[in-house]
Ligand binder design. Sequence first.
Ligand code: NZQ
Ligand code: ZN
Length: 390
Amino acid sequence: MQNFMYNTPTQVFFGRGVEKEIGPQLKARGYKKIMLHYGGGSIKRTGLYDKVTESLREAGLDWIELGGVAPNPKISFVRECLKICRKEQIDFILAVGGGSVIDSAKAIAMGLANDKDPWEIITGGKMPEKTFPVGAVLTISAAGSEMSNSHVITNEEIHMKRGLNTEMVRPVVAFMNPENTFTVSPFQTGCGIVDIMMHTLERYLTPDEDAILTDRIAEALLVSVKEAGPVALKNPEDYEARSTLMWASSLSHNGLTGCGKTFGFTVHKLEHDFSGVFDNIAHGAGLSVLFPAWAAYVYKDNVKKFARLAEKVMDIPVGEDEEATALAGIQAFKDYFRSLGMPVTLGELGVPADAYEQIANLTTANDTKKVPGFRELTKADLLAIYKLAE
Ligand code: NZQ
Ligand code: ZN
């Protein structure tokens, strides 16, 4: 096991009725004027907006509202909101939504605290020393931003999606009621399941082998999500399945399943340029296509680990031939993603072959940088992976 730092400062309120805690908790922390941030309107349709505002009102808190965050959140909207937040002198940002809304809130918070352009903060290479407090009311189990140390924003003018990881951006508090995910569509539920699994798989599939406790936690999470997924798709109001997915969303990306392991995240790096260039691509759908192709390309670097994954998560017996088991495991993941209704080829994702060059150039800075991780990948490697994903 390698040395590690584990930091999960987010206070979590989990379960039915936790919306009632929002106002009292923010008040107890001394906040007075909240910026309520949300997406395209699902929270109004589901009634969650009413519950959140009622809780703020009852606690005597003042708030302003900035709704309209788009999936794959855009820097132009972050900048617009930032201007308003500066003028309004808010002291807390409450993101009510999924990864896109929470990430937008994190970017605004960084801009606000440092009086700097949020895109420059993400891409400028100089890490700020402070941010502004953010809380989350989670409505979709997927990105894990409710406890994660990262935020991902798209600069739509240059079709570039980039993230920044820093301990500062972990939300201070998260309110998670699985009932608030009952209305998530089957497609977004599938995207979420893939994303949750990927946050753990990217930590599990590393060249090192010796963080046994962490790996077993990872396997338990993957099996639990694998089982809960089809149940939630069949019955969107199954509280237990939605609870498993919601808690797994957080645990998969708060660092727990990576303690003592090398940090990779290669497939995420590849995917972000797909959903950056093609705004209609949902992050989880991109991962669903790229993971099996990436795995088929690199598994030989650690056949043992891929075989263990196949056995522990996909119930494939390890026979004499470890390599056959590893390959059967990769195929089982692909079949599982397909069974969730997810795309598993670039064609299904709507990516034409003539876009490959542009995307590979973006990821490798025009073939000048390798993608780090499980195996360092060059532009030629990426093009070969895209071919496998066709
Ligand atoms: O905008 P609204 O109307 O709320 O609709 C959303 C959106 O259209 C809808 N939705 C959310 N909750 C719902 C609901 N619809 C019905 N009922 C509900 N309860 O779902 C759609 C997708 O929402 P979004 O927030 O985009 O999904 P997700 O949580 O998957 O977030 C994706 C974003 O997070 C980034 C991704 O790259 C992507 O931009 N990621 C962020 C990470 C982080 N900060 O740690 C890590 C991830 O790897 C990921 O990169
Ligand atoms: Zn992800």
